[in-house]
Ligand binder design. Structure first.
Ligand code: IPE
Ligand code: IPE
Ligand code: MG
Length: 231
């Protein structure tokens, strides 16, 4: 994935979202964190179903970071079980809606049954025209280190050769990175790809995020002037 603009019509082709705030959403309602995560999955489903008119080529979602293993075993179990359920329930929807699933991150070290389900989902959606990339066991520093190591195998460590070996190598350049829940940090997400991405930090907690929020973000984006260091 290159860092340079590929089009100048102001339309975002690739948006990535750090889906944050499930825990606080639940806490505000005195509910268990697991319910917040459940409602977070519903927000994902709603968004994917509402994507069609937005004209994106790719949406990338941060679902589980390489640092999220620091959470309690029971929260991690809840998240993994939600993932299993989601793949099972929504795969037919992806296929029907022309979605091509992509997974970024070190996902092959997840539980073997999840790896199997993901492999099947990748295979079944391979012909879709709109990409939905899900970051699982993802860490940006690890992704760059893996890409650099691969580039080094060919004795050629350059920006281009590293970019060509990133997990995102077959996704369009990142246009807009959104984080929900009011936190203003990247938390190890798409560090390389964010070099010239526009950023948007919104206070909405992820379970409250609606397709209209993304539509609003896209129209904000269309008003921005991207310069890439030039004038
Ligand atoms: C985001 O919500 C979901 C994941 C990181 C998996 P959080 O669980 O981080 O919610 P907060 O930040 O505690 O509110
Ligand atoms: C980032 O959120 C990871 C995901 C949304 C999957 P976190 O809630 O884990 O990030 P920190 O810990 O607040 O930086
Ligand atoms: Mg969080």
């Amino acid at each position: 994935m290159g860092d340079q603009p590929t089009q100048s019509d102001g339309r975002a082709r690739h948006v990535a979202i750090i889906m944050d705030g499930n825990g606080r959403w639940a806490k505000k309602r005195s509910l268990p964190r697991a319910i917040g995560h459940q409602r977070g999955v519903e927000a994902v489903r709603r968004l994917v179903r509402g994507l069609e008119p937005m004209g994106l080529d790719c949406l990338t979602l941060y679902a589980f970071s390489s640092e999220n293993w620091k959470r309690s075993e029971s929260e991690i179990d809840d998240l993994m079980n939600l993932m299993r359920k989601f793949i099972k329930s929504d795969l037919p929807d992806f296929v029907a809606n022309d979605v091509q699933l992509k997974i970024i991150g070190d996902w092959r070290s997840l539980a073997p049954d999840i790896v199997g389900m993901l492999e099947n989902a990748l295979e079944q959606t391979a012909n879709g025209s709109k990409k939905l990339a899900v970051a699982l066991n993802y860490g940006g520093q690890n992704e760059i280190a893996r890409a650099a190591a691969k580039a080094a195998e060919h004795g050629d460590i350059t920006s281009d050769s590293i970019a060509a070996n990133l997990d995102t190598h077959d996704l369009p350049p990142l246009d807009l990175l959104i984080r929900t829940s009011g936190e203003v940090r990247l938390s190890n997400f798409l560090l390389w790809q964010a070099a010239y991405a526009e950023m948007l930090f919104v206070d909405t907690l992820w379970p409250d995020f609606k397709p209209e929020h993304l539509e609003q973000a896209l129209s904000d984006f269309a008003q921005r002037e991207r310069r890439y260091g030039g004038r």
